[in-house]
Design a protein around this ligand. Structure first.
Ligand code: F6R
Length: 606
């Protein structure tokens, strides 16, 4: 993770570096730093904490120099403090780094024999001294090529040099890096978002490549140091999506945007006139696919689990799901008739990307369900299904989750229909129901007062549990994840029927337990499980859908009713109160909702 920015210009760069670093904080925010070149010297400032703290600690407006690099960190090697903050510099070279150097221990030993004294606990410092050493004997391009070959692991780098003061070097292996083009200046950035206020002309580096950026020229090289040409892409401008507007937090904005997320997804994929699903250019014959594996991390993994239930309901295809960090190292049995679907908001998650890469190396069919369409996962998969939900800035995923499950649901419906595994009448009915979903989500969002009152109980408790069966089980996992990542309280998601096999022992007097029991085919079973936890003292928050039937249970602490729709679509509505519960719990505690501790939005390390 970590965010990198670099600017080579004909005017001072520090102000633009600072504003870009603020945008990059979603990638890491435990420390920040900048290095500029001025009057033949490297000027370096860095401190623990946010970019705001860096601004408070240093007079950055007076940090001179027309060339500079900046960094926001998410610690991997060494605690977050100002010494471990990037940039790291020798007398001649200054480096910002995103990723992990796996052979840093061996390289440290080698570099110590050359007289280099390490100041930090980071793996990055080895890069600084390796380049410094290689520049003693080689010209710039050879020195960079040689250094990159000496490094094992993943990285994106930005490098400036005291003795070559008119350029920045950028390099990529495994971690994303983009180059931007402006008037009399050029840029390096971890992603287009950081560069968008300065340019919409972008080139993405591919793995193994490096670049040399001057104010009026950009050169690209392959891993052997040979010059290559690369395409310039023009990005559309959607700056407004990057602002909070009237909302206190991006997360609040993104939760409220969900009717729009679903509306857009429907517009993109559903032909309302013919009640049909448009998935164009699907590259395989549908009969060639007999099984599907869905792979993701965190919330995206929960989307995969949700999709498994729908695919099993709507198709006869064998479905398996996997956590990317497990999949990538297991002895997988690759099958030609299997489709591998990679789900990721950012499209840059290192484990998901590695799982995709593994499938590609084994010549498998790969499909990406992503939000960021310029991302590595989107670019490398055989086929892409974008979720079109706009930038998601809050670290906790909300609208991207609904966007992912919508597209996966639509795909399940389409495959079921193409394979004649659901009848056309049911298919058309389900498409019709889908079109009402945005307005149902809108109504289900109107629960703030109820949720605010309830959220204190979750904050005060030692821990809480989230239970569901069937379609509601993935949502229970997602609700627990949201609460723990935002409020730092222990929360476990469980299949309601599994409680009696151990976790029931955790239930004690007053423990808050969320039970997701919509009136679907699992309802009665879930209500029985709910009674079992109530009998042991749990304070149950029941989340169900509106119905004229009475709830047949006593001693429920609180009930929240979402709107009513067909069973398939209830998971969308059940998600809303859980997102709001996590939001208000964190708000009451005064925590940093958009940037929870220890986390980052784009997880580009494994
Ligand atoms: C949780 C959350 C994470 C991400 C996970 C995968 O709220 O946001 O669990 O879902 O890190 O990220 P992407 O979807 O970018 O691959």
């Amino acid at each position: 993770m970590c965010g990198i920015i670099g600017i080579s210009s004909n005017k001072p760069v520090s102000a633009n570096i600072i504003s870009s670093l603020k945008k990059l904080e979603y990638r890491g925010y435990d420390s920040a730093g900048i290095a500029t070149l001025f009057e033949g010297e490297i000027k370096e400032v860095k401190s623990e904490g946010r970019v705001d703290t860096l601004e408070q600690n240093f007079d950055l407006k007076n940090l001179k120099g027309n060339i500079g690099i900046g960094h926001v960190r998410w610690a991997t090697h060494g605690v977050p403090n100002s010494v471990n903050a990037h940039p790291h510099s020798s007398h001649n070279v200054s480096v910002v780094h995103n990723g992990i150097i796996e052979n840093s221990t061996i390289l440290k030993k080698y570099l110590a024999t050359k007289g280099h004294i390490f100041k930090s606990q980071t793996d990055t410092e080895v890069i600084v001294y390796l380049i410094t050493e290689n520049l003693k004997t080689d010209e710039l391009e050879e020195a960079i090529t040689k250094t990159l070959k000496q490094l094992h692991g993943s990285f994106a780098l930005g490098i400036v040099f005291k003795d070559i003061p008119d350029l920045i070097v950028g390099a990529r292996r495994g971690s994303p890096l983009a180059v931007g083009y402006g008037p009399n200046e050029n840029y390096l950035g971890s992603d287009s978002y950081a560069l968008k206020s300065m340019t919409n002309k972008i080139t993405y580096l591919d793995d193994g490549e490096f670049c040399i950026i001057k104010k009026d020229q950009v050169l690209f090289f392959n891993e052997d140091g040979k010059k290559i040409n690369k395409k310039i892409l023009e990005l559309s401008s959607d700056e407004a999506s990057y602002e909070k507007g009237d909302f206190k937090h991006f997360m609040a904005k993104e939760i409220e945007e969900q009717p729009n997320t679903i509306e857009t997804g429907i517009k993109e994929y559903i032909d309302k006139t013919n009640s049909e699903i448009n998935i164009y250019n699907f590259p395989w014959n549908i009969n060639e696919i007999n099984s599907i594996t869905l792979i993701g991390c965190g919330t995206a993994y929960h989307s995969c689990l949700m999709a498994k239930y729908w695919f099993e309901e709507l198709t006869q295809i064998d479905i398996s799901i996997d956590i990317a960090s497990e999949f990538r190292y297991r002895k997988n049995r690759f099958k030609k008739d299997n489709l591998y679907i990679f789900v990721s908001q950012s499209g840059e998650t290192a484990d998901t990307y590695a799982a995709l890469d593994l499938c590609k190396k084994n010549n498998m069919k790969t499909c990406a369900v992503v939000n960021v369409i310029e991302s590595s996962i989107a670019r490398d998969a055989n086929f892409v299904l974008p979720i079109h939900c706009g930038p998601e800035i809050g670290v906790a995923s909300t609208k991207a989750f609904l966007g992912q499950i919508l597209i996966l649901y639509i795909l399940a419906l389409k495959l079921g229909s193409l394979r004649n595994e659901i009848n056309q009448e049911t298919f058309k009915d389900k498409i019709k129901d889908l079109q009402n979903l945005p307005s149902l989500i809108e109504k289900s969002l109107l629960i703030d007062n109820d949720i605010q009152a309830i959220s204190s109980t979750f904050n005060e408790a030692k821990g809480s549990m989230f239970l569901g069966r069937g379609f509601s089980y993935p949502i229970a996992l997602e609700g627990a994840l949201k609460l723990k990542e935002l409020s730092y309280v222990h929360a476990e998601g469980y299949p309601a029927g599994e409680m009696k096999h151990g976790p029931l022992a955790l239930i004690e007097d007053g423990m808050p337990v969320v039970v997701l029991a919509p009136r679907d085919s699992y309802y009665k079973k879930t209500i029985s499980n709910m009674q079992e936890v109530i009998a042991r003292g749990a304070k149950v928050l029941l989340i169900t859908n509106k119905s004229k039937d009475e709830i047949v249970s006593e001693n429920i602490w609180e009930t929240i009713e979402v709107e009513n729709t067909n069973d398939d679509l209830l998971p969308f509505l059940l998600t809303i109160p859980l997102q709001k519960l996590a939001y208000y719990s964190a708000l009451k505690k005064g925590y940093d909702i958009d940037k929870p501790r220890n986390l980052a939005k784009s997880v580009t390390v494994e």
